[in-house]
Design a protein around this ligand. Sequence first.
Ligand code: NAP
Length: 305
Amino acid sequence: MNTAEAVSYWRLGLIGGQLGHSLSPRLQRAALKDAGLQGEYRLYAVPPLPEGEAQLRALIEGLRAPQALRLHGLNVTIPHKQNVLPYLDELTPTARAVGAVNTLYACGSRLIGDNTDAEGFWLDFERLLAAAPPQKSTPTALVLGGGGAARAVAYTLLQQDWRVALATRRPEQGRRVARDLNTLRLPGRITAIPLEAESLAGWQAVCAVINATPVGMSPHTEDCPYPAEIPLPPQSVVYDLVYNPAETALLRRARQQGLPAANGLGMLVEQARLAFARWTGFTPSPERLWEALGRAHIPPPGGQA
Ligand code: NAP
């Protein structure tokens, strides 16, 4: 964290590939306003590696530049969440476990990489659970996908003593994630399974289905990551990390089956609040950030964001 007294103008920003539709500037500018801090949040579009390598390095080094030139905090998104790892001095335990970062800052001269997706997911997911608390002492979640977001989701669920079935289309990817996370000896355990109807049919007693793939994202809004041949587990809540469109095909199926469901907009808001707090020490109010997205209120528990 930077010391607020020493910073008169906060230079914050987002490193990523395609940033035109990012909601982060709206969220972080609202956070600056809520904190009463002067500053900016800029978009830094960096091409994929190797082309973007020098630009990526220069931006990250900007976090420990002399004060007048300095960047005070950066978010990182696709495709650079792992590309930045070699330039950092230290990863938080969450970032290390997830193997990807979304929040960068300097602590003295050391560059720190953090991952606020994991905690951001849990904070929003808890809201959904409040509407439909799991009936089991050790609940099980079915997580679809095996990339950075799936790792973050699985990590936080395992920390909370959930069991996780991780469904991936490439079995070796799922097995790798399961091995990495089980090695951490967290309270919960994770099992890798194929993302196929035949295998998912054996997981109908789970308490939650969580989509951590991009399937269903605009413009492919008719695509659903859960197989059409089988119903969604009847006792589950359904959480889709995708939030564009607001009601994905998966969430539509959940609604048709009468299951509590939410999209990932709440997670986006929570990870942004956590990142801003890491940089400035100030945690912005959720209401101000939702307002910045054009929504006056936090969505009701279990309701659509
Ligand atoms: P990623 O690292 O690229 O991983 C994507 C995962 O989805 C991979 O396992 C990939 O499998 C799988 N996948 C892709 N297309 C698939 C398909 N047609 N069928 C089955 N599996 C498929 O991406 P990520 O960073 O984990 O992000 C995943 C999604 O979460 C994105 O839509 C992202 O926008 C969203 N997200 C939302 C938030 C939020 O705040 N709401 C935060 C982070 C991420 P392969 O490796 O085989 O391609």
